[in-house]
Each structure stands twice: as C-alpha cells, then as structure tokens.
Design a protein around this ligand. Structure first.
Ligand SMILES: O=C(O)C(=O)C[C@]1(C(=O)O)C=C[C@@H](O)C=C1
Length: 99
C-alpha cells in the first residue's frame, strides 16, 4: 500500500481528509450494492444472512491482520456498518414489495 511521506501537520491532515472522502464514497458505493441485493431476496428474514455476515467479517479481519491493522477495530466498524446496511436493505425490500 502506497502512503506518501508528509512533512507538516497540515499536509498529513490534508491526506487524511482525502482518505476520509474516499472511505465515505466507498461506503456509499457498498450501500448502493446492498440496495440491489434487496431485490434478489424474497423475505425480510432472508435479508439478514448471518452466515454471510460471518464470512464478510472473517475476511475483513484477515485483511486487517495482513495490513498490520487492529482486526478488532475493523470488526467493530463492520458490525456497526452491516447493522445499518441491513436496515437500509430492509427498507429497500419493503419499498420494492409495495409496488
Ligand atoms: O450478502 C448479502 O446477502 C447482503 O445482504 C449483504 C450484507 C452485507 O452488508 O454484506 C448485508 C446483510 C446480510 O445480512 C449479509 C450481508
């Protein structure tokens, strides 16, 4: 992973702002796919796919370890994010079924 060397606090903060912008864009992109997934499911119960959640979390935990990042941090972020995305998926599912 390429990380540039910064020479000042302002420069490092600017880089962090850029990274944050990318992170939020990627989360929005993930959420758009989640909304598509809602259309492939047949019930609200099916939306919360526990086995898949475990697979996703296990994969990102391993990726964190490979990148020398705390797996628990990534775990917690993903648990919170997937919780919110399940809500978003249920909303999309219910809207699709009401047409
Ligand atoms: O893979 C799915 O079936 C999804 O709906 C996506 C997703 C996720 O956020 O990755 C969300 C809800 C499911 O409980 C499992 C995983």
């Amino acid at each position: 992973m390429k990380t540039e060397k910064c020479n000042t606090l302002a420069e490092a903060r600017k880089k962090i702002d850029e990274v944050d912008e990318e992170i939020v864009k990627l989360i929005a992109k993930r959420n758009n796919y989640i909304k598509q997934i809602a259309h492939f499911k047949t019930s609200v119960t099916e939306v919360k796919a526990e086995e898949r959640i475990e697979d996703v979390i296990s994969r990102v935990r391993q990726q964190a370890i490979d990148l020398d990042l705390s797996p628990n941090l990534i775990n917690d972020l993903y648990v919170r994010m997937i919780d919110a995305m399940v809500e978003s998926e249920i909303e999309e599912f219910n809207n699709a079924k009401s047409f």
